[in-house]
Design a protein around this ligand. Structure first.
Ligand SMILES: [Zn+2]
Length: 107
């Protein structure tokens, strides 16, 4: 029996997921051995196809990266605060020195 490419195309996702029946599988493999077009489709589907488990892993990794960037932002905030505080201290010391200097001059 000759099956059309359209039917194969419909069945390919099931074939990749390995949830189709043995009979369908045989039909698909038979068709694939003769049809380069559907072979190409299969390859493209396989490339774009991410198994459920892997997808969850990707989500976990994304979550991890988000947490990491949050931590990094906190570090950056602390570094900025430290910079501001040390600048303030520096300015206060300079003002104090100037004040003392002026005070001395006045006296
Ligand atoms: Zn075909």
């Amino acid at each position: 029996m000759k099956i059309s490419c359209k039917i194969i195309e419909d069945l390919l996702p099931l074939y990749i997921d390995e949830v189709c029946s043995e009979e369908s599988k045989k039909l698909i493999e038979e068709h694939l051995s003769e049809c380069s077009q559907c072979n190409e489709k299969l390859n493209r589907m396989k490339l774009g196809y991410v198994p459920e488990q892997e997808r969850e892993q990707n989500l976990a990794e994304a979550e991890f990266m988000r947490n990491l960037s949050k931590k990094w932002n906190k570090k950056l905030l602390f570094a900025t605060l430290k910079g501001i505080i040390s600048t303030l201290i520096f300015v206060v010391v300079i003002l104090l020195i100037m004040y003392l200097f002026i005070d001395i001059r006045i006296v």
